[in-house]
Every structure is written in C-alpha cells, then in structure tokens.
Design a protein around this ligand. Structure first.
Ligand SMILES: Cc1cc2nc3c(=O)[nH]c(=O)nc-3n(C[C@H](O)[C@H](O)[C@H](O)COP(=O)(O)OP(=O)(O)OC[C@H]3O[C@@H](n4cnc5c(N)ncnc54)[C@H](O)[C@@H]3O)c2cc1C
Length: 400
C-alpha cells in the first residue's frame, strides 16, 4: 500500500478516455494506491456513443440512449462518496504546459500524469455539438426530426459511416429519395476485399439507395452541414447534378488540437503533424523526451488511418493504462518502469449494418459481401444496437 498522492488528468472522456479512467480507478482501489486521484475533463457534460448515430437519425428513442452523463462515470460508484478521489470537470482544454493544464473556465490544474484523448470531430449528424446533456438530447431529437421531414437526402462519402447512414435512412423511409455519392472506385475502405464493397452496393440498392462511385462533388465552402433542411443542387465531376433538401457529409474528421500551440512555442519544436494530430512514440507517449508522463491514445494521435476506430482507441487506451500503472508503481518497486510498446495493429475486420436486416462483414477469415451470412453477422453482432449494450456497462444503470 502506498500513501502517495498521485494526480492523473484525463482530457477527452470518450472511448479512449473512459477506458484509461476506469482501468486506473480500479487499479487505485485494488492495487494499493488509495490516493490515486483522477480528474476527468471534457468540453461536453456527456459521452455520446457515436457508433449508434446512424440508427439515431431514424429512431428517436434509440438516440436518447446514446447520451450518458459523465458526472457519474467514476463518482460516486467507483470512489468513496464521502471522500471523492475522482471528479469530472465540464470545461474545454485550452492549453498545456509541462506541469499543468489550463481550462476554459480559467482553472490551472497540476498533473503528475496527463492523458490527452480528445479525438477527432465529425460533422453532424455523425456527432453532436451541444455542451450540456439536455441540449444534446434536444439536438439528437432535432436531427431525427430533420431526417424525417426531408424528402431527398444526399450522403457524401462512402466509408463505413456513410454506408450505415444511407442504409438506415433507406430502410426506415422507403419513400424518400436517398443518394450516396463516393469519390473512390468502390465503397468502404480499400484495404478490405472488393466483394465487401460490391455487397454493400447490392444491399444499399435493396433498401432503395442510389449509389454513385468515382464521383467527386464540388461543395461550396460556406455549406454548413448542420443537419437542417436546405434545398441545394450540387454538381459532380461527371457533370451530373444532385438535388436534395438534406445533405450529410461524412468524408472525414477534423482535429482541434490548438491547445498544444503554447507548449510547442515554448519548446520550439512541433508536437503535431500537419493535420494537427499529436505525435506519439511507440509507447503512445507524446513524442518528446521531456514528457514521458503525457500519453495520447485514440483518434487524436498520428497513428495511421487504420487505427482510427473505437476498437483501436480502446486497445491503445488499455496499453496506455498499463504503462501508467508501470510508471506509478516504479518508485515503490525501486526499479525503472518497463513500458509496453503499442503493437501497431490496424483494423482488420469490418462489420457494416445496412438497415435493420442486412449488412456486410469481413474478418476472422470470412468475406461476407453479397452473402446472406453477411446479413446475419451484421444484424446479430452490430445491427441490433450498434454496441450500445456494451457501452452501457461503463456507466451506472440509468434511472427509470
Ligand atoms: C457515426 C460513427 C460511427 C462509428 N462507427 C464505428 C464502428 O462501428 N466501429 C469502430 O471501431 N469505430 C467507429 N467509429 C469511430 C469511433 O467512434 C472513433 O474511432 C472513437 O470514438 C475514437 O475515440 P476517442 O476516444 O479517441 O475520441 P472521441 O470519441 O472523438 O472523443 C473525444 C472526446 O474528447 C472531447 N474533447 C475534444 N476536444 C476537447 C478539448 N479541447 N477539451 C476537452 N474535451 C475535449 C470530446 O468532447 C470527446 O468527448 C465511428 C465514428 C462515428 C462518428
């Protein structure tokens, strides 16, 4: 048992942040470090289970369930309520120094260890913009109602999220005109087999979605993509015109890591790549010898695109938690910590529901594109609830 006070700050409490925080909280309680204190910081007062966003836009009740209060993630059910060891602060990280984080509410918090898991931003309706839980509930409901009102919907981007969105809308609203346009030669990431892409096209057509490949659409820079009804005609490189009253753009994410600027200028070296992703070493530490106590799991780091998945964010977070525990235990053990390198594995399976009954799957040696078995796998493994029941286990039971 160690009496040392250890302060860990986790900024960005989503897939990666939740995994690190839960693992460390359990370690503090059962591993002999009762004074391990975890401060969670997020600009949102809630966690949004974004994996379920494609279903949320067609099922309002389901959408409500994707939103979890962060204030109850660790406190009080993980900590002694009379002497809370952990806390949640609803604020945005604005800058980082060698010893402290500065938050939008003006607080400057010292840390022994810092986890930066601020992820990457998706456009609406693949994400929410609200800061409070009540506003998030309203925002999710509003986006659902917008999709319900729209008569013609254009989805731009044929990655997994675009295919899932188009498939859900096509299935739920057979009378709407739904078009999916993709700039590449086939749908879904190109490291998966062509049979998966072909299966996706066939199954999207079955739910009434029109698919165009090799089509780059020119989009006016001021198009807000705020999930509101806005009749618009966009033109593709083919010369074809796409008229719709709702446009959904799912062509990639944006990084917001401006909070690193001051530390970069203090050091005189970049800590981010050209996109804004935080540079990491093989242990997932911020790639700078001065900051072996700062870790960066998840979508915000500069690992390749094949690592930008919830599954990979959670694996990296588990790796980070293990390394943090090794560092925390080192003084009592009287020997240097042995850190575990990230294994570098990229996403090698894909599971994409297309509406409630169909889907494609590749993984575990199986390639299920047009096959009926793809429908069975997608429906049973993901399509029922988009992994919501697994996420619910991280939080205390909801009040009825
Ligand atoms: C619609 C959709 C469907 C998806 N489906 C799948 C899927 O089926 N399978 C899969 O593996 N992956 C899927 N993904 C990808 C997956 O959601 C991400 O890879 C994963 O969420 C990354 O987790 P993260 O913890 O790194 O970051 P994020 O989930 O992006 O979370 C970042 C957190 O940091 C907070 N934050 C950001 N900046 C600040 C700041 N300055 N100060 C304080 N807080 C901040 C945010 O509020 C947020 O809570 C999907 C993504 C989307 C959008």
């Amino acid at each position: 048992m160690s009496a040392r006070e250890i302060h860990v700050i986790v900024v960005g409490v989503s897939v990666a942040g939740i995994k690190v925080a839960k693992t460390l909280a359990t370690f503090g309680k059962t591993g002999g470090y009762p004074n391990l204190r975890i401060t969670l910081v997020d600009r949102n007062a809630y966690h949004y289970h974004a994996l379920g966003a494609p279903r949320s836009i067609v099922d309002k009740e389901f959408g409500k369930k994707l939103i979890f209060p962060l204030s109850t993630l660790l406190t009080p059910h993980e900590a002694d309520p009379y002497s809370p060891k952990h806390r949640f602060i609803h604020a945005e990280l604005t800058s980082v120094s060698a010893t402290n984080v500065i938050l939008s509410d003006g607080q400057s918090l010292p840390f022994d260890y810092l986890v930066l898991s601020t992820g990457a931003r998706n456009r609406l309706p693949a994400n929410l913009r609200s800061s409070t839980l009540a506003d998030a509930q309203e925002e999710a409901a509003r986006m659902h109602d917008t999709v319900a009102r729209a008569e013609s919907i254009l989805v731009v981007g044929g990655g997994a999220v675009g295919v899932e969105m188009a498939g859900e809308i096509g299935h739920a609203y057979p009378d709407k005109s739904v078009t999916l346009v993709h700039s590449g030669p086939r749908l879904l990431p190109l490291n998966f087999k062509p049979a998966i892409s072909e299966g996706a096209v066939t199954k999207l057509k079955k739910v009434g979605v029109t698919v165009y490949l090799n089509e780059k659409i020119s989009i006016p820079a001021d198009t807000p993509f705020d999930c509101t009804i806005r009749p618009l005609t966009l033109t593709g490189v083919s010369g074809r015109e796409y008229t719709s009253d709702l446009q959904i753009l799912v062509t990639g994410t944006q990084l917001h890591t401006e909070y690193m600027e001051s530390l970069e200028s203090a050091l005189g070296t970049p800590l981010r790549d050209a996109r804004g992703a935080l540079l990491v070493n093989k242990y997932l530490q911020l790639d700078s010898p001065q900051f072996t106590n700062i870790f960066v799991p998840g979508d915000v780091n500069n690992l390749p695109a094949g690592a930008k998945f919830a599954l990979k964010a959670a694996e990296q977070a588990a790796n980070v938690a293990q390394n943090l525990i090794a560092l925390i235990k080192a003084p009592e053990a009287g020997k240097p910590a042995v850190l575990k390198p990230w294994d570098g594995s990229l996403m090698n399976l894909i599971l994409v529901p297309i509406g409630r009954n169909m889907g494609v799957f590749q993984g575990m040696g199986l390639t299920l594109g047009n096959s009926w078995w793809g429908d069975v796998m997608a429906r049973n493994m993901k399509g029922k609830d988009y992994f919501l029941s697994q996420k619910e286990k991280d939080f205390p039971p909801r009040k009825p």
